[in-house]
Design a protein around this ligand. Structure first.
Ligand SMILES: Nc1ncnc2c1ncn2[C@@H]1O[C@H](COP(=O)(O)OP(=O)(O)OP(=O)(O)O)[C@@H](O)[C@H]1O
Ligand SMILES: [Mg+2]
Length: 311
């Protein structure tokens, strides 16, 4: 753009360029002196999850397929939304194994008592919660761990350090369906428990990164009632699976909602926003494909469940 009559036009060529190239636009970035229209010529590949020999992951990075690498120390906390059957629990199960490969401690909260809840046989009751009281307890445990890490790190202060410098591994809370937990708050006593727990979750979201305490939350519907936009913005990775209304997308991505509508036809596909990956808007993404005939989730999980979990 050079300050002439056509500058305004340069920012609105989406339709013409998509027609000319016969490709869907991936992204548009408006800079002060130029507008960038991005099209993808090669389709990125969906990750196909297969059974592997036991091997720990010594890096911080997790390949989540479709050209996306996730690093919790750079992009803490994950939010996954999508209607029923859209693949939230499948994606979360994949991530659970990846976290265990990084020797993370994992706490599982499953107020619907479905997929994650059934894992208490493997992780032990200390780490798995399905009732409101138990979920409150597990979240309290995780916050206590975070606080004791901060105390330790302050006593052994190293400038610019984080949990890894001090030899800690990540702590992950996987919370499946936050809405089902909040729906328990029907009387005064249970409302209190829910509110206290939500306050603790807030602390983890706002303070967790340096101490290595992370949270993954899924919800069929994410809105201002169950998660404030301020908190939402602190989830560095946000994925909306399946069809989502434009209001629903706004609730997830705010100003990073794409201008173009992208059709979602594949199971487990949706939109992804990763803070700091250079893309200003959420873009099309397919979560790792899990063929249950070829990939036995429980068998894979057993390879990585730490001994102390079974206490
Ligand atoms: N990544 C995937 N790979 C293969 N199949 C998938 C994938 N995602 C979803 N599916 C299929 O869709 C079904 C529903 O997925 P899932 O249980 O993860 O949905 P959900 O979003 O957790 O639903 P709910 O909100 O009801 O709990 C799975 O049982 C599976 O058959
Ligand atoms: Mg589910």
């Amino acid at each position: 753009m050079s300050g002439n009559y056509f500058d305004n036009k340069i920012q609105h060529l989406d339709v013409e360029l998509q027609g000319l190239l016969d490709l869907p636009m991936v992204e548009k970035i408006i800079c002060h002196n130029a507008t960038e229209y991005n099209f993808r010529i090669n389709k990125p590949q969906r990750l196909n999850v297969t059974s592997q020999e036991k091997a720990y992951n010594n890096s911080n990075e997790i390949n989540i397929g479709y050209g996306v690498t996730y690093n919790p120390t750079k992009s803490p906390h994950i939010l996954i939304s999508g209607g029923t059957g859209s693949g939230k629990s499948m994606f979360m199960s994949f991530l659970l194994i990846e976290f265990l490969k990084q020797k993370s401690t994992t706490y599982l909260c499953d107020p619907k008592n479905s997929d994650l809840g059934s894992l208490s046989n493997y992780f032990g009751d200390k780490y798995v919660a399905t009732t409101p009281n138990n979920i409150a307890r597990v979240i309290r445990l995780a916050v206590d761990e975070m606080k004791s890490r901060y105390d330790y790190m302050n006593e052994n202060f190293i400038y610019g350090s984080n949990f890894e410098t001090h030899g800690f591994k990540p702590v992950w809370i996987l919370f499946d369906e936050i809405g089902a937990f909040q729906a328990y708050g029907t009387d005064k006593k249970s409302k209190e428990i829910i509110n206290e727990t939500m306050d603790r979750i807030k602390q983890i979201i706002l303070l967790g990164r340096q101490a290595g305490c992370f949270i993954l939350i899924t919800g069929q519907q994410i809105n201002a009632n169950n998660l404030s936009t301020e908190l939402r913005d602190n989830f560095s990775l946000r994925v909306s699976l399946g069809f989502n209304s434009s209001e629903g997308l706004r609730m997830m991505f705010g100003s990073a909602t794409p201008d173009v509508t992208i059709p979602i036809e594949v199971k487990g596909a949706g939109l992804l926003y990763l803070h700091g990956n250079g893309k200003e808007q959420a873009h099309y993404y397919e979560s790792p494909y899990i063929d249950s005939e070829q990939f036995n989730f429980i068998e894979e999980l057993k390879k990585y469940i730490p001994e102390q979990s079974r206490e």
